[in-house]
Design a protein around this ligand. Structure first.
Ligand code: NAG
Length: 359
């Protein structure tokens, strides 16, 4: 509704501002779901073949990132590549510097919940400004009013957005939700995602929001019901958070919440396993269910995920998942998983980390 109103009013603004803003907002609200990525190695390889570094949640901790790249022996001239598992920005103080570095080394990344919040609050503020300008109202007052609808976390995210240049926001908004790395030697099909995925659901069908927010899954019974009231409440809370995240500053209506609950239960119910991803810890850790499901698949049909997001559970390496968020922004560590060619056709992997100061 707000968007339709904006589109109509944008026609009254200067052409570049209107077009650029609507393009930018489109990019923020519709990230690419699933993008292919070509790792820098193809067997057989020589002794100094390039490596791939996958780095967990940086959260604006620039000097730690620089130290990590140095410690891991990152070499641009060798052709090494970096992929960030999302949440490169926000919380820490040097978000702009981190994105600047990522752009300079031609790194890849996926959208994290923090990128999403930073970009969407920025879009909301720009929309408020554009609407006010088009109506001949005080734009600064309209932005201040919008800020008043934001939670503390949303307001912080907006402040982070303002430290970034237009080119940095554009780069951030252009990152996909999932990077498909193809069939890696020793690992098989692999992908990078920020939060994780719903077990048993094809990548193409994954819920975008869940992929950068999932922590656990709730098991549905044969009637699409939950085990108890605590779990039902956790599901309701997740739906509310999801709808609010889509349009920061706007409370979802009861009808919208009911419709989204119904859609989710229809989508996840009756599947094998019948589980609903949520962003809190009331369910079973999605990683456990993911690994069970992948293990039961025939060879060549599995998918291994590299993810961040879960600093509470931290570094976790399993057959079909690699958790890489080691809580840097809260004084933990910053971790890179290095995938390094070994022999002529296989890949070895190891972790490199550095200590982080408290942000
Ligand atoms: C709700 O059900 C889950 C799954 O069976 C269980 O782990 C949890 O302890 C239950 N919580 C309550 C409050 O009964």
């Amino acid at each position: 509704m707000v968007i339709a109103k904006l589109t109509a009013l944008l026609a009254n603004l200067s052409i570049c501002y209107a077009t650029c803003l609507s393009k930018e907002i489109h990019r923020i609200q519709n990230p690419t779901h699933n993008a292919p990525y070509s790792p820098p190695f193809s067997p057989p390889w020589g002794p100094d073949a390039p490596r791939l570094l996958i780095i967990g949640d940086v959260h604006g901790m620039l000097s730690e990132l620089e130290k990590l790249l140095e410690k891991a022996g990152f070499s641009e001239s060798r052709g090494d590549r970096v992929i960030f598992a999302g949440d490169m920005i926000n919380k820490g103080l040097e978000s702009a510097g981190v994105v600047d570095l990522a752009m300079r080394i031609n790194a890849a990344s996926v959208r994290g919940n923090h990128e999403d919040r930073v970009l969407r609050t920025w879009a909301g503020a720009e929309m408020a400004r554009a609407l006010a300008k088009a109506a001949g109202d005080d734009a600064d007052a309209a932005v201040a009013e919008y800020e008043g609808t934001l939670s503390e976390d949303e307001l912080k995210a907006l402040q982070t957005a303002r430290t970034m240049s237009p080119a940095q926001r554009k780069w951030s908004a252009g990152r996909p939700l999932v990077l498909r790395l193809g069939d890696l030697p020793s690992l098989g099909e692999a992908a990078v995602v920020h939060g994780g995925m719903a077990p048993g659901v094809e990548v193409e069908d994954q819920d975008p929001w869940a992929m950068y927010n999932v922590r656990t899954v709730l098991h549905l019974d044969d009637n699409d019901g939950f085990a108890n009231d605590t779990q039902a409440a956790a599901f309701e809370e997740t739906v509310h958070t999801k709808l609010r995240d889509m349009l920061p500053g706007t409370e979802p209506s009861l009808d919208e919440i009911a419709a989204e609950k119904e859609r989710a239960l229809e989508f996840y119910g009756g599947r094998d396993p019948a589980v609903v991803p949520i962003d809190t810890n009331e369910g079973q850790w999605w990683v456990e269910v993911w690994n069970e499901v992948e293990k039961a698949k025939p060879e060549g049909k599995t998918l291994t995920l590299f993810y961040g997001h879960d600093s509470k559970r931290g570094i976790n390496v399993r057959d079909y998942s690699f958790g890489l968020d080691s809580k840097c922004v809260d004084g933990g560590k910053l971790t890179a998983l290095v995938l390094e060619p070994e022999g002529s056709e296989s890949l070895k992997h190891y972790l490199v980390d550095v200590e982080c100061k408290i942000a």
